[in-house]
Ligand binder design. Structure first.
Ligand SMILES: [Zn+2]
Length: 162
């Protein structure tokens, strides 16, 4: 009796350890952490300024402002999928705009840099700055406007299906 109790306790302990290790592995592989020097080597100076120093590219200058191909927009810093082309719309602001982001992959912070509160958005994997989200998006969908810097993104076209 005692023996079987002991065995089952050991089994439960072992299963718990196993699942914890698996969980830790999953979480740690999701985060990308690099030194400032490593980021500077990987990114152009404009990409570094926007992604790592929360800068903003000039309006109407980004390559994805007037760009409407089918595909997925990845994080320029770490390739995490952030936005889908079906959520992109023309806001007329001069920056790529989306009415939604890919859930779980985008993080939110409040930002008082301009003297009023805005919601800053960043990549949840590498913390790279993307832009801001506002409540003046298309009312027929989500009402949100994710205002994103082109240099924070890398477009991956959808493969054509024959
Ligand atoms: Zn990233």
């Amino acid at each position: 009796m005692i023996k079987s109790y002991l065995i089952s306790t050991i089994c439960i302990f072992f299963i718990c350890c196993q699942s914890n290790t698996a969980q830790d592995k999953k979480n740690s592989s999701k985060k990308v952490q690099k030194t400032e020097l490593e980021w500077k080597k990987q990114l152009t100076s404009l990409e570094y300024n926007v992604l790592r120093e929360k800068g903003t590219e000039r309006a109407f200058t980004g390559k994805y402002d007037k760009f409407y191909e089918n595909g997925t927009y990845l994080c320029k810093g770490c390739d995490t999928p952030l936005f889908l082309s079906e959520n992109k719309f023309n806001s007329g602001t001069g920056w790529p705009s989306f009415d939604a982001g890919i859930k779980g992959n985008i993080g939110y912070d409040s930002d008082n840099y301009l003297g009023y509160t805005r919601t800053e958005i960043h990549c949840n994997t590498c913390k790279g700055h993307l832009g801001h989200v506002f409540d003046d998006g298309p009312s027929e969908t989500t009402g949100k406007r994710y205002c994103v810097n082109s240099v924070s993104l890398l477009f991956a076209p959808k493969k054509k299906q024959d």
